[in-house]
Design a protein around this ligand. Sequence first.
Ligand SMILES: C[S@@+](CC[C@H](N)C(=O)[O-])C[C@H]1O[C@@H](n2cnc3c(N)ncnc32)[C@H](O)[C@@H]1O
Length: 308
Amino acid sequence: MYHRQYEEIMVAEVGPWAKEKLDILARYLDFYTKVLKNQPWRTIYIDAFAGGGSAKVRIKNEPAATFDLLEPTDSQDGEQEEFLHGSPRVALDIANPFSRYVFCEPAAKRAVELNELEAEFSNSRQIKLLKVPAAEGIAWVTSQAISKKTHRGVAFLDPFGARLEWSSVQSLADTGLFEVVVNFALNMAINRMLPNDGDVPVAWADTLDRYFGSHEWFEEVYSSDAHGLFASTEIRKRDDYSERLLELYRRNLKNAFGFVSTPRLIRNTRGAPLYYLLWAGPHRKGLEGADYILRMGDKLPKIRKGST
Ligand SMILES: C[S@@+](CC[C@H](N)C(=O)[O-])C[C@H]1O[C@@H](n2cnc3c(N)ncnc32)[C@H](O)[C@@H]1O
């Protein structure tokens, strides 16, 4: 069933920083599938916030700004318009494919693009397209006949803002077979729901409770000082609330999965922080691979189209 409410957030354009995220994803999926190549398990890839097949990026013309995931299309003064392959195609294109791909996308127009992608790969990849919100899609996957004995998998959790529910992340961890790559949208979304005076609107507080799986975030962001004889309390936003929230989420991931990566900060073109990519999973080997790829960070070599 299509969900009309998702249409309003249709975004045709993404920032150039999306390339960095997708490059890291491609490298991790490549590492993961190589490691599991000669193992007996069936492998599953879930893209719980799949998006469409591609997105438009505007890039200021700067030397060495080209990238392997991009198809340059148009050139204007000082700006180049390029099409970026979305995460579903990035995952479908890897050299050692997963046994099964599950894409969740409730926005009808984007689901149509995914239908086209499904048709394009129908001979070579097994794809299940779920036109539902991530929570429903993940619940569907975890209710299937999958087990640690027979399956392994990766879930890419890349929501707009704080739409990812902790209960979904926990249910993936509970299978014991999934690793996750999470977009922790600290600066793009979460910090915007935290007014200085601590008077967080109920709807935002509910969203944050669902995102973190408890109300613990509030204590990490705000402290209360008792004043005067009648002990009136003043709510104060902590200076280090961002770091505390990041650590809270990492702690939750570690408790759920066993291992959590160092965070990889993604910045916009002016250097302002946007979000963190985090990996979590049940195996040390996955952690080592993820940490290596995430730590490469800013030093990721710029790959020019046509280079080997
Ligand atoms: C950040 S975009 C995904 C970008 C994509 N992962 C990529 O890197 O190419 C988030 C997508 O999630 C979809 N979406 C919004 N709410 C959702 C929900 N509750 N469950 C699943 N998808 C949702 C939006 O329609 C949007 O396409």
